[in-house]
Design a protein around this ligand. Sequence first.
Ligand code: ZN
Length: 424
Amino acid sequence: MGNKLLNPKISGSPNPLCLHTARWVVPVSGPPIENGAVATFGGEIVRIGRARELQSSYLAEIRDYEDSILCPALINAHTHLELSPLKGRLSPSGSFVDWVRSLVEARSHIGPEEWMPAIKKAVTEMQKEGIIAVGDVGNSDLIPRLSSKVDSNWPFRGIFFRELVRPLASENETDLDMPGANTIWIRDLHCPLRHSFSGHAPYSVAPSVLKAIKAWDQGHGLPFSIHLAESGEEIEFLQTGMGPIKELLEEKGHWPLGYEIPKTSPVNYLDRLGLLDKDTVCVHCVHVDQDDISILAKSGSSICLCPRSNIFLGVGIPPVEALHASGIPLALGTDSLASNDRLSIFAEMACLSRLAPGLSPAVIFRAGTSGGAEALGISEKWGTLAPGKAAIFLAIASGPIGQRDVSEFLVHEGAKGSANWIIG
Ligand SMILES: [Zn+2]
């Protein structure tokens, strides 16, 4: 994808009034508009509607994209760009814990000169795939430093989650010194990513630490994120304190834990800790039952689905139709190149459509756009085409689509088409 790649940075000079017209406009905030137009001025969308109406309302330069589909840029709500050098180095093992072991091992063999070129390549790939914003998770400062460099042409908005893995903290520890909170990259105004903290998973971070992370995020008006209910091993460990995850913790010297095994589901556990609310992004949620779904729905938390990663790891498939039916807001993520061969939200949409045929294409496309923007708290500017949103969006060169539903085309063919960036 991507026969024309523009760096989607907002220019400093005022952009003139412009009408972008095309056979289809898919605003996501409303139904698709045939022969539609998007009016932009000064870097913002000012109106959308039928081309004929907007042309009679505005004296503006017209840019016609003919048989294309204008739609919001995509949101990758969960990835780990710093793991990009692991692309192709890990094979699906059938065991989540074995995959974690091989990830840690492979990561230790990456040479210092390999990190940045692989990360930059992944950044370019995501740009070509029409992604404007990320929920990027990392344990190092590679991404904060790259994204805050003025000359790096860093293209993404969104959140960098500094991920904590800390299974052994004492239950009494409440006043955490959040590492990184006072470093320069947290406050760097040049960095288009906001910086938050995330907990790795319910089994790898002590409950007191999880609560402290959530409190820090809440206090800064930022989303909290956590891998949740990803594997059968996680369910077994939280219920019984046994299984491959216990063995892994023992190997790492993290056993015995300084707290009680919760003996419940991961979702119920987080709910008991008070971690689930509308600003929490639960990543994966493969192993959830109806009670878990009810808890999640009541909490207002978003779920970020990463279907291609789930398939790669063989951890199972989330009950997507039931999650959607309960009203839980859905977002989409690629996870990292250690468990995926692409960083493409279009590819995740096509995969999700195969896994969950009961989900309409419009719902799936919403997950990859406005669902991600809402989960990351950036929906004021991103995720839909509507007045007041940033005038940076996509033109998918579709050719005539005949009688096909336009959302269905985007979900199934988006990854094969050609995406151009429009900056109005
Ligand atoms: Zn992840």
